[in-house]
Design a protein around this ligand. Structure first.
Ligand code: AMP
Length: 603
């Protein structure tokens, strides 16, 4: 029997523990919870509290509670807890000792070995402090591994392939972004940047301030003066924040929150996702700056990144996905629970050490994006595709968004449901349609909430609700997970075949591996994947395609350096076309054009 090795993510806000059992990664639970607050405290009687109990008392008894000890690891300090002072590794050991006890209870056997993760930016002292914490908790720490390395391990990249991943980790209190190279089974962190004081807790704080200010304006009472109210509102805004990841509105309701002149006051406030996103945007822009710094340090461009991986609970925020997609030109992967990805990777590392076979992590995901058509104000085109459930989202899942009517006193709306990746719905496949009739008289912009519920069997329930009145209609689409083929797709594929037949492939200049590599046009073209491009792409990109064909013909009679440059520019143009980045495709094609002029001149 192989040894049981715990994989532990010792986090700033939460910690998690998992093991490999019967070739599968199992995240251990305590009372149904997999996330375990990294909080230590003493109750009134002086008994030690670790986890949820300690977190629950943190706001009321801050002097008897220690949070976020991970930030102090490696520092020569002591923190007060009751009568005594403790070092950061001692406090961390209390968390680890409790995790170990839960693991033993859940597995029904003693465990004494662990792999523990740390941020990539931890220095040797911080790593040593973590190792010491493990030892104080009675664990033999077999490895200390980087969190982004763990995340890459669990995404199970093919060990025979070399891949470059970008791991975007936005937790409760910290943010970091790392660029990781996986090659021949070796994982190396090429660059890492971050902000140790940026995370989901800051989003809670912004919402909290907004709620307190609104309440104060209305009731002339500052909730911040009452500790129990602070604690309740903090929990309520965190819930609202999570809700805003899937819904366009969230309500913050707390009854009997405070008293004013003997009268109880209630809190009842609605927050829209739009307003919430405006609040957090400046913080998320900071994360994009860190990402740019990491790319620069690694000497890479967005198109060099094969996969963007989301880690940390706050990375579920839709605005994070949108900003990353804009910057990187590719949809980020969050299908493995971003809260559990790191502990799971630590367990995989434990499995590699003990020789246990670890199967791939299997998750049910939607392979296609599902959404609706909508008018957009800026061009009045009715064909815009608005995704609600993006591809690679784990199922079951629920997402909703809000739309406005186009005309004053509009009496009905049509909801057209599509599957596909194009921005123009005409090139996606329609899988359902219904009307919501009998809307109330209202100026244009009357809000209609559209909701998608997708279950594990691929059954999609779509509802449309007039927000003001609750008027609702629904449809059910069977087999929404299956690919629907349309005639358009077949025509498109035929056209594509024609395009490939017409291309002449240049021969490599000689057999030296370097040249074969850069001038291997077939591999360049394999990367061109026009599926999902808008209809008429061949016209849209006619100039770029023509340029690339001309450039490829020049390859046999130019120098190695020029051949490399041409190949790189073709690759860049193709990448941009694949990611539907018209501006970038035009920019690199124009560089290519300049280069061709120069080569023609210098003949
Ligand atoms: P972590 O430190 O990775 O456990 O992340 C915890 C942070 O993620 C906390 O700020 C949570 O409120 C936040 N979080 C968890 N789930 C969601 C969600 N669905 N949407 C937005 N933030 C979330």
């Amino acid at each position: 029997m192989t040894d049981i090795i715990l994989g532990i993510d010792l986090g700033t806000t939460n910690s998690e523990v998992s093991v490999i059992r019967d070739n599968e990664i199992v995240v251990l639970e305590k009372d149904g919870a997999k996330l375990f607050p990294s909080v230590v405290g003493l109750n009134i009687s002086g008994n030690l509290l670790v986890g949820h109990a300690a977190r629950n008392q943190a706001i009321l008894y801050p002097e008897r509670t220690v949070k976020s000890i991970k930030r102090r690891m490696g520092e020569d300090v002591k923190v007060q807890l009751g009568e005594r002072e403790y070092t950061p590794p001692e406090i961390s050991a209390m968390i680890l000792r409790t995790l170990r006890a839960y693991a033993e209870e859940s597995l029904g056997q003693k465990v004494s070995k662990a792999v523990i993760t740390v941020p990539a930016f931890f220095n040797d002292t911080q790593r040593e402090a973590t190792r010491l914490a493990g030892e104080l908790a009675g664990l033999e720490v077999l490895r200390i591994i980087n969190e982004p390395t763990a995340a890459s391990l669990v995404y199970g990249t093919d060990p025979d392939k070399s891949e470059t991943l970008l791991v975007y980790d936005l937790g409760g209190g910290t943010f970091d972004v790392s660029i990781v190279r996986v090659e021949g089974g070796v994982i190396e962190v090429l660059a890492s940047h971050g902000d140790t004081h940026l995370g989901g807790d800051d989003f809670d704080q912004l919402l909290f301030d907004h709620v307190c200010e609104t309440f104060k304006k209305k009731n002339k009472v500052d909730l911040r003066q009452t500790p129990t109210a602070v604690s309740r509102v903090m929990q309520a805004v965190e819930e609202a924040k999570k809700q805003l990841s899937t819904e366009p509105f969230a309500a913050v309701r707390e009854e009997f929150l405070v008293e004013k002149d003997g009268t109880p006051l209630h809190l009842d406030l609605e927050i829209s996702r739009n307003d919430y996103e405006a609040m957090i945007l400046p913080l998320l822009e900071k994360t994009v700056t860190c990402l740019n710094d990491a790319l620069r340090d690694a000497g890479l461009r967005p198109t060099d990144i094969d996969k963007v991986i989301l880690v940390g609970g706050a990375s579920r925020t839709p605005l994070v996905h949108q900003l990353l997609e804009n910057r990187m030109g590719t949809t980020p992967h969050g299908e493995i629970d971003p809260d559990l990805c790191v502990t799971m990777g630590a367990a995989v590392q434990g499995g590699l050490i003990s020789g246990a076979e670890v199967g791939r992590v299997l998750i049910d995901i939607t392979p296609h994006t599902l959404g609706v058509s909508a008018f957009m104000d800026h061009d009045q085109s009715p064909y815009h595709f608005v995704p609600l459930i993006k591809r690679n989202t784990p199922v079951p899942c629920t997402r909703s968004d809000v739309f406005g009517t186009n005309h004053d006193n509009q009496e009905m709306v049509i909801i057209e449901v599509f599957q596909g990746e194009a921005e123009d719905v005409r090139y996606n496949t329609q899988i359902g349609e219904f009307y919501l009739k009998g809307l109330s008289k209202a100026p244009r912009g009357n809000e209609i909430v559209c909701r998608f519920d997708l279950d594990i069997n691929g059954i999609l329930h779509v509802s449309a609700t007039e927000k003001k009145t609750g008027l609702q209609d629904t449809i059910t689409v069977e087999n929404a997970l299956d690919a629907r083929k349309s005639d358009e797709n077949d025509k498109f594929r035929e056209h594509l075949d024609g395009f490939f037949d017409d291309l002449e492939f240049a021969q490599p200049i000689d057999e030296s591996p370097e040249i074969v590599d850069v001038a291997d046009n077939s591999s360049l073209l394999e990367k061109f994947n026009p599926e999902g491009l808008e209809k008429g792409w061949e016209k849209t990109y006619a100039e770029e395609i023509d340029l690339m064909q001309r450039a490829m013909k020049r390859l046999p009679d130019v120098s190695q350096d020029d051949a490399r440059e041409i190949s790189e520019l073709i690759q860049k143009t193709v990448d941009a076309m694949n990611h539907r980045k018209r501006d970038e495709a035009q920019a690199s094609a124009s560089e290519l054009e300049d280069l061709l002029y120069y080569l023609e001149d210098s003949v």
